[in-house]
Ligand binder design. Structure first.
Ligand code: CAA
Length: 285
């Protein structure tokens, strides 16, 4: 079934979307990447080409594979080009008004059998599914940053998702080299419900001047052997994404441990979002 997919669509080519396109194309799928305008499309394509260029430079893919991957990619600003897609992953910004617009279009444009997956990390997959006339074919497929590297993919089922849809999404995840875990639709799913409060605690420690940002990060890398510390990870994930996850955890559970650190909220308000804005806890310019 999955091996018969003729086209996979990815809507939104930000950091996550561009990485997701790369993962599918490297696994042999023909992928159409969709963005809102030419500037966003160029940014997404640039990100992808740079990443593939690095993989080529490091000898992870051959010249031939590099050419074949590029040949499997199509870029467009028209969602109508997904009219023959078998599987679509949405990776647009985490705002319900934007998701609503995208899912209304996908539901209208894609054939009734097409599975619509969302990469959302902070919105309810159930609410997104309910925006469509095919909630049984809507599923969460949640990737981790950097998408080409991180092995986990959470397959998020809702009360409306058909078991066959979960099965296909799980199969897709395996085909693209990810380790799927099936989780239910609750705030933070599983990985972020563990990871983001930990980042938030690190922000509180920094805010209360327990130690410098470098010392806080080193306390984790050197003590627990994780590849990066929580503040560096916040910059990688995006402070806005961390805040959005904290806020949904708070909204859903109203537990004190889910209150976002004031500094995290202030930094997001100030546009200090981490790597994607050039500055977060560290300077990335
Ligand atoms: N795209 C593709 N490949 C990448 C990459 C990217 N953006 N970033 C790094 N890589 C590759 C490198 O090419 C390199 O590959 P090789 O070893 O084969 O040469 C490998 O990853 C390691 O990279 P580096 O040597 O440059 O740097 P590093 O060893 O410090 O690793 C890292 C970088 C992979 C980001 C590592 O620090 C790491 O795993 N950090 C933790 C990331 C993490 O926890 N992510 C989950 C965040 S939570 C989330 O995303 C969910 C959400 O909804 C918020």
């Amino acid at each position: 079934m999955v091996q018969e997919f003729k086209k996979v669509g990815v809507v939104g080519l930000g950091t996550m979307g561009a990485g997701i396109v790369e993962v599918f194309a490297r696994a042999g799928f023909a992928v159409t990447g969709v963005e809102i305008d030419d500037a966003a499309l160029d940014r997404g394509r640039g990100h992808l080409e740079k990443s593939l260029g690095k993989a080529l430079g490091k000898g992870k893919i051959t010249e031939e594979e590099h050419g074949a991957i590029l040949a499997r990619l199509t870029f467009t600003t028209s969602r109508e080009d997904l009219r023959d897609a078998d599987f679509v992953v949405e990776a647009v910004p985490e705002r319900m008004d934007i998701k609503r617009d995208v899912f209304a279009d996908l539901d209208r444009i894609c054939p009734p059998g097409t599975i619509l997956a969302t990469n959302t990390s902070s919105l309810s997959v159930t609410e997104i599914a309910a925006l469509t006339t095919r909630p049984d074919k809507v599923v969460g497929l949640h990737f981790f940053n950097p998408a080409p590297v991180m092995k986990l993919a959470e397959v998020v089922g809702t009360v409306l998702t058909a078991p066959g849809t979960i099965q296909i999404a799980t199969e897709v995840a395996k085909r693209i080299g990810k380790t799927p875990v099936t989780v239910s639709d609750r705030a933070g799913f599983v990985a972020n419900a563990l990871l983001v409060p930990y980042i938030n605690d690190a922000v509180k420690a920094y805010e209360r001047k327990y130690a410098s940002r470098e010392e806080i990060d080193a306390s984790v890398t050197a003590a627990a052997g994780l590849p990066m510390g929580p503040l560096a990870l916040a910059d990688l994930v995006g402070l806005d994404v961390c805040l959005a996850v904290m806020d949904v955890l708070w909204d859903e559970f109203r537990e004190q441990r889910y209150v976002a650190a004031p500094l995290l909220r202030r930094m997001v308000a100030a546009g200090l979002l981490g790597r994607k804005s050039g500055r977060g806890f560290y300077d990335h310019s």
